[in-house]
Design a protein around this ligand. Structure first.
Ligand code: SF4
Length: 453
């Protein structure tokens, strides 16, 4: 299974890659698969299971699915239109399948939440069914949102996620990756770029990566200049990025003594945009979408001689590290808790920063290992099922931790006791040992202990 960086860093909408982006893709996939049956469909049923049912309300799952059934994609939909269009569908009780086939739709009857049931393959399961005028089932499909916006149909579980390509430097472990680097005297980003070129030309890869960096930059800018005081949802969480930005930018410069505040700001800005359902880059998930842009912005604004080439190599290295987690463990909080989101993003950013600051492949591996080691056991317990508390602030922690991990690794010689592969295996085992209530169910931790009575 070879994974392109553009499956890991995708442009989508908030607030959740597994509960918003994945479900929208799943719904669109289902209606696309109807093909010639579409004209016969008179009713549709959507069922959510497990974590999707439990936290889907706070994660915008239903609006995402309704828009997906109408043919919208996370990449192209106008983020602000998603809740508005969903409300119209619910109020008018008509949905336009694929944007072309109107049918009656009753939210209370046709959209079901199975709070106490989980489909066997994965905690984030959806079942879509389409019926004809006689009430007969035309088509049904179980589709799973397996983290980071990836979806898998039940019959394709454990199959390759995309058309299988033979890459010049295949790797599933850090050990294999480092062996390629050593044998060919290449950096991790070189390996990743060579592999990526089986999908598209080098110029296209670089162009797409700079575009992704641009979307990240604009997301930070929107978060810093947002005019709404509060984020959506029952918690009435205040946006902090605009006031922090106003404080820090008083004299128009980004002073080195304020570096930590700026990095915090970049992460807050992205995650507040994400919580508001805005346009973000899933990296590798939406809940943890602030860390890669925050550390990238640290490089751009606080490191000497930042270049476009450095930005490209940063994203390539981050992608290589994400592949190690995707293949060796999981990036789904419903499977492994927040280790798989903030932990993985921290590890990716730490390794990527180490590489562009001149680290050897062993130092990069060391940085990525440090980035995860101190996130082992991190649970997922978002209050009210909203991707706000602890998520937004947690991205500031992950960003600063990533910079520190890179610095620690760069001060060493790459030699260290616990390998990245061992820490990835430990992360997966810890996730398996973690009680289900701490894995994106809003049934444990802060989610049940707030507010205190
Ligand atoms: S607690 Fe972590 S894993 Fe859970 S929703 Fe928030 S950011 Fe994602």
């Amino acid at each position: 299974m070879n994974i392109s960086i553009f499956e890991l860093l995708t442009i989508g909408i908030g607030p959740s890659s597994s509960h918003t982006v994945g479900p929208m893709r799943a719904a669109k996939t289902f209606v696309d698969d109807l093909q010639s049956l579409l004209s016969q469909v008179v009713s549709i049923r959507v069922e959510l299971y497990g974590s999707l049912a439990l936290t889907g309300g706070g994660h915008g799952t239903a609006p995402a699915i309704l828009n997906g059934l109408e043919g919208q994609t996370p990449e192209d939909v106008q983020p602000e239109m998603v809740p508005l269009r969903a409300q119209q569908i619910i109020d008018q009780q008509i949905i336009q399948l694929k944007g072309e086939h109107p049918i009656a739709f009753d939210m209370a009857h046709d959209f079901l939440f199975h709070y106490n049931e989980t489909l066997p393959q994965h905690p984030n399961g959806m079942r879509f069914s389409a019926f004809n005028a006689g009430g007969q089932l035309l088509k049904t499909a179980d589709i799973f949102s397996i983290g980071g916006g990836f979806i898998v149909k039940s019959d394709a579980f454990n199959q390759p996620l995309a058309e299988e390509k033979t890459v010049p430097y295949p790797f599933a472990t850090a050990r294999e990756l480092l062996a390629h680097c050593k044998q060919h005297s290449l950096n991790i980003s070189d390996i990743m770029l060579a592999n990526e070129c089986v999908w598209r030309s080098k110029a296209e890869v670089k162009h797409h990566l700079l575009h992704i960096a641009d979307v990240m930059k604009h997301c930070i800018e929107r978060g810093c200049t947002a005019t709404e005081t509060y984020l959506p949802g029952s918690l009435h969480v205040k946006r902090r990025a605009p006031s922090l930005y106003a404080k820090l930018s008083k004299d128009g410069t980004q002073k080195i003594q304020d570096m930590m505040n700026w990095v915090n700001l970049y992460a807050l800005a992205v995650n507040e945009e994400n919580a508001a359902g805005g346009r973000v880059v899933t990296a590798p998930t939406n809940g943890a979408a602030g860390i890669i842009p925050a550390v990238l912005s640290y490089y751009i604004h606080f490191c000497e001689n930042a270049t476009d080439d450095g930005i490209i190599r940063y994203l390539l290295t981050a992608g290589a590290i994400a592949i190690l987690y995707k293949k060796g463990a999981s990036i789904s909080a419903a499977e492994v808790g927040c280790q798989g989101e903030v932990g993985v993003a921290c590890s990716m950013a730490a390794g990527a920063l180490a590489e562009i600051l001149g680290g050897t492949p062993n130092q990069v591996e060391n940085a990525a290992e440090i980035g995860m080691e101190h996130n082992l056991g991190l649970t997922c317990d978002p209050i009210a099922g909203l991707v706000q508390i602890p998520c937004i602030e947690r991205n500031t922690m992950g960003s600063i931790q990533a910079i520190n991990a890179a610095q620690l690794a760069l001060m060493g010689d790459g030699e260290h006791l616990v390998s990245l592969d061992k820490v990835i295996a430990t992360m997966l085992q810890t996730g398996r040992d973690m009680q289900t209530s701490y894995k994106e169910t809003a049934k444990g931790g802060l989610a049940v202990n707030h507010p205190e009575c």
